[in-house]
Design a protein around this ligand. Sequence first.
Ligand code: PLP
Length: 397
Amino acid sequence: MISNRAQAVAPSATLKISSKAKELKRQGKSIISLSAGEPDFKTPEHICDAAIQAIKDGFHGYTMNTGTPELRESISIKLQRDNDLSYDPSQIICTNGGKQALGFSLLAMLNEGDEVIIPAPFWVSYPEMVKMADGTPVTVRTSFENNYRMSAEQLEEAITDSTKALILCSPSNPSGTCYTAKELEAIAEVLRDHPEVNIITDEIYEYIVFDGDHVGILNVAPDLKDRTVYINGFSKGFAMTGWRLGYMAGPQEFVDAVAKIQSQETSAPSCISQKAGEAAYRGDLSAVNKMKASFKKRRDFIVERLSAIDGVKCFKPSGAFYVFPDISHYLGTTTKGGDSIKTSTDLCLYLIEEQGLAAVPGDAFGEPNGMRLSYASAMEDLEEAMDRLANGLADLA
Ligand code: PLP
């Protein structure tokens, strides 16, 4: 009954850890999870109020397939206000999360065998989405020394006659790294020599940037706009993961192709979420900035604690709410019970079993020397988590 397509999709690599965490919790063990990819805040009140009002007003029906004109207009205004990007509302499609904006964009862009360049460590869904759209993911391993950012030279090397697109994610999940304007300029320079390569820029963490302002590829290379798909959403910046609201913007012809796919697959996102999104973008960013300040404090704390652990290397990421320390020092070690720790997955399974600490192995993100820790957790939990990590690693020989 199951298609080749479905069989080719890798099951979620984080599942092993999260099901282990659940099992141990059921057994009554104390578990601290730094594995979630979502803010630990509630959605700001004015956004919730707008949604409640929409329900009371009887705003319950299907909206336009591409989203309400009001939401698309508020996105267009926001893109100009915050990002210096000019998109007509007709060039914007609202989707069920940024995830759907990415998935449908890839379906609208790729033919069988088209290659998509994905710098690693990458967000787990990129390669699987590319495969589901009959494309071929081409991952480019970056280095800890370069804060996990792909260089222009690495991009040049990865481009072939079959390259159809490059996916850029800045700030990055899982590393929290942000490309600088200079690095993006160098990447844009390579892309100018390859006019057949499209760009997908995922800027979903744009509001969580601690050092300087957020910068995307279109800010430094507006001449690439005709072949760039811009992806964003409300989940991360406004703590709205469950509302399922995101969007894409791009060249009109491409947007129309994505709209056709959306019209047959899902139609528009929830009417209530769209009203909430409108309030998010029409309101000020004080709630967003408060969350950001809290993330920054926790980033500084966790980086300091990680750097103090023998053999763990961690740079201070400029954005998102993740750290991705290099734990390669502990690969090839043995536990007190005699088990060998060969991979980051082995290490994370050991940490959850022995210390009740859940983190996501770098293997899941295409970087075997790393491990992702989300610091969107209470400070007490972070303190306890760092104690557990230090103890667990100290027990390895
Ligand atoms: N892009 C990145 C890099 C993400 O980390 C996520 C969520 O984890 C998404 C896109 C999609 O988020 P959503 O579908 O909730 O908008």
